[in-house]
Design a protein around this ligand. Sequence first.
Ligand SMILES: [Fe+2]
Length: 176
Amino acid sequence: MNVRWSHCVLRVRDLDAMIEFYCDALGFKLADRGAVSPEQNIAFLSGSSTDHHQLGLITGRADDDTSSLDHNAFRVDSVEDVQTMVNWVNNDERTGKGFPVTHGNAVSVYFKDPEGNGIEIFCDTAWHVPQPQIGFWDPSQTPEEILDKVKADFGDADGFGPIEEYQAAQASIFNE
Ligand SMILES: [Fe+2]
């Protein structure tokens, strides 16, 4: 399996200040921001057209929280690869059960390493969907069934469209 680094998500205390810092320091652009729950907001920053986000910032870091890491994310090539990871995680005693999630633009499994650090393994889908989005997928289905359901679940969302169109627009923003 070909596994490539993609992004990390950090828990933060001051979302606006952290967005401003990373945009100033690294030239990142705000790709999306929104609520994942009534109490929690997330922002997605990127400096590249090929990654919707290279850094995610999510609120809710407690004052006594010694780690800011929510998760590290790695990209694989296919839904089959993500299904392979689900099976591996669910049969390894060092991890809890994998949590299958789709963001519309990705099919993911979330789990934790033996010290509690979050990990996301995902493959891209053919679509862009403004974030945040959270849905669920069934690892027992075929990859075709899984992707059909993702399209059915997110196809009516505002801004849903082919990933190539989104990436072309982002490429012009980043002067690539
Ligand atoms: Fe992620």
